[in-house]
Design a protein around this ligand. Structure first.
Ligand code: CO
Length: 631
């Protein structure tokens, strides 16, 4: 056992993600203590948080495909022991990458599925693609208690052809992935499969646009960051990198230099959930409400990034290690990219009398990863700027989920993107979990509105504007919406400290991508993704409150996560708080999104707001690019 427990790369910090050897060791230790037999699978093997410096621990979620029973184990890697074993009745594990092609294979082995394809003239099964979708909870008695994947179907014209140009409308196979059988084939019929090819790959592109001369990023002295294991320092910033199968990239202990002091801002930041509800009410489409974190895991789907293509400049890559369902470790090389980018002008002023000009250039440190979730890509960029700004920029790209025409030849709730090919309206709703620590552990969120005063003796010229600040003291009062009319934002304030100006240091959350998700109370999203109903939530920080739509989201029961926790209406003033921000992108597909979508953005900004006493970038030296020249 000892040889297994010792990781290949000795860990150096309690917050380091589990090394591949530790992942394998954790599954061995659990199996030795609680062998579930041949049907034993591992949903999650990850660093147990909060980390204990004296005891290296893993959190393990394991289940039995024969019974469907799921257990959570706490494993001491230090002592090779299971220290907690908790059954989670009814919980259904995420859909693992190992199960994607298995679901497709099971569908293709089913005679009803094969017959439904044949009815449509499709006989070459090697060209048939059945994507593994989570299926939600729709109350059909035969689905009760089963762990299901619904296979949504496309067919290639020929190998490597873009399958999403050819939706097989009206046909799905519902696969019981634990029992390894097709529960049901739903065939409501559909239009002929569109045969027109819409390819995007280099392989198919015949002509190339002329005149694009290279733009090269040159960093003659290398990068300005230093890396020690998973610890990073860059131009006054300091933080640690983490990675989990469910969240992907995690940032820990984010702090910034102010004179001689390092001042904390965030204890832990990561994407916590996302859901993509579709707006088409017929056929298979109401089932499409993919929770890409909670039902699949955005980390296990991370790409191995390519130098000079995904990432330009002087790059530092971090590998990621995630568990397979058999309990072994899978290494994703170059999963996290870190590099610097020029970010335009930081500030400038010309004194028009003396004609003295000062200009400084801004730059950002970009820490990123890209996940492929079936047809779609999500690229997550955490950007740190010289002035203390923190930004999450999410790029949405890949291929829209396509469908066929309605029976009457109309497009339904969507847009025609190619002859016979429809992109239905849908939304991408993200929720990020921000365990805040602005200038210390105890913070309070304050809502800031800007309002025009009523005319009167105090406002004789009708120009008066007031800043209305409202501290949000309990969980229920801190369930908030953006308000464009009030130009609303929220400050995360440390009311126990004062700056030299006598102000309480703060960061503000600027909700740049607020979204309205209808979320009818009886819809899947209304029932299972309550986090979408407010743009911001605040909870007291609890290590066991990690997942805003519940611990186990796949076929989950209603009301879990943020809606349930915040019903307690716990105090959230002057204590350790977690801020949850929901945001996203309302996606009415455009023809231009097909056959592959130019990236669209959403995200948010955290900006110092009275955190510093003045502009913290006066010490950024002027620089002049030696490579710039006149064209
Ligand atoms: Co979309």
């Amino acid at each position: 056992m000892d040889t297994v427990v010792t990781p290949a790369h000795a860990t150096t910090h309690p917050l380091d993600p589990l090394a591949p050897g530790e992942i394998a060791a954790a599954s061995h230790i659990v199996r030795a203590a609680h062998d579930l037999g041949a049907g034993m699978r591992f949903e999650t093997i990850v660093l147990h948080e909060p980390a204990d410096p004296a005891d290296r621990r893993a959190f393990v979620s394991t289940y039995d495909i024969a019974t469907g029973d799921l257990f959570e184990a706490t494993v001491s890697l230090t002592h090779s022991a299971v220290t907690a074993w908790v059954p989670r009745p009814g919980a259904k594990p995420r859909i693992a990458p190992d199960e994607f092609l298995l679901a497709e294979k099971l569908a293709k082995q089913d005679p009803h599925f094969v017959a439904a394809l044949a009815k449509r003239g499709i006989t070459d099964l090697s060209l048939v693609c059945a994507d593994p979708w989570s299926c939600g909870v729709f109350g059909h008695p035969d689905e009760e208690g089963r762990r299901l994947i619904q296979c949504i179907v496309w067919v290639r014209n020929r190998p490597l052809d873009n399958l999403y140009a050819h939706p097989v409308e009206g046909l799905t196979a519902l696969v019981d992935i634990n029992r390894g059988e097709v529960l049901r084939v739903d065939d409501i019929g559909g239009p002929p499969v569109p045969k027109g090819e819409s390819n995007y790959a280099e392989l198919f592109q015949k002509t190339w646009r002329k005149g694009l001369k290279p733009i090269e990023v040159v960093q003659p002295e290398g990068a300005s960051f230093t890396v020690d294991g998973y610890g990073v320092e860059w131009c006054g910033w300091k933080f640690r990198i983490g990675f989990t199968p469910r969240e992907g990239l995690v940032l820990y202990d984010l702090q910034i230099r102010d004179g001689e002091a390092m001042r904390p801002i965030i204890k832990r930041a990561a994407l916590a959930e996302m859901v993509v509800p579709y707006g088409q009410p017929t056929g298979v489409h109401p089932r499409k409400n993919a929770f890409d974190c909670g039902e699949y895991g955005i980390g296990v789907l991370a790409n191995s990034l390519t130098l000079g293509c995904d990432c330009l400049g002087t790059i530092h890559y971090f590998d990621a290690a995630v568990n397979r369902i058999d309990g072994t470790a899978q290494i994703i090389p170059n999963a996290i990219c870190m590099h610097e980018e020029d970010a335009g002008i930081l500030w400038k002023h010309t004194d028009f009398r003396s004609e003295m000009t000062d200009v400084r250039r801004n730059r950002r440190l970009v820490v990123s990863f890209i996940a492929t979730v079936g047809n779609y890509e999500y690229a997550f960029y955490w950007n740190l700027y010289l002035d203390g700004t923190i930004e999450l920029d999410i790029k949405l790209t890949g291929i829209i989920n396509t469908a066929g025409l309605m029976a009457d030849g109309s497009v339904g709730r969507g847009t025609l993107v190619a002859p016979g090919v429809v992109g239905h309206i849908h939304q991408h709703v993200f929720n990020v979990r921000l365990d805040m620590a602005v200038d210390g552990p105890n913070n309070t969120v304050t809502e800031v509105d800007t309002v025009a005063d009523e005319p009167g003796p105090e406002n004789p010229w009708f120009n008066a504007l007031s800043i209305v600040e409202t501290p949000l003291l309990t969980e229920k009062t801190a369930r908030r919406r953006t308000d464009a009319n009030a130009m609303r934002f929220w400050k995360i304030v440390n009311r126990e400290r004062r700056t030299a100006l006598g102000q309480h240091p703060a960061y503000r959350l600027v909700a740049t991508s607020a979204l309205r998700t209808p979320a009818h109370p009886r819809s899947q999203v209304g029932q299972r993704a309550g986090f979408v109903t407010h743009d911001m939530w605040v909870t007291p920080t609890r290590a066991d409150e990690r997942w805003p739509a519940g611990d186990y989201v796949n076929q989950s029961t209603p009301g879990q996560g943020l809606p349930a926790w915040t019903e307690q209406d716990r105090p959230v003033a002057d204590t350790a708080i977690t801020v949850w921000h929901s945001f996203g992108h309302n996606h009415i597909p455009r023809p231009e999104d097909f056959p592959v979508q130019p990236a669209v953005h959403c995200g948010f900004i955290l900006q110092p707001y009275g955190f510093f006493d003045r502009n913290p970038t006066l010490d950024i030296p002027p620089a002049k690019s030696a490579h710039s020249c006149c064209a």
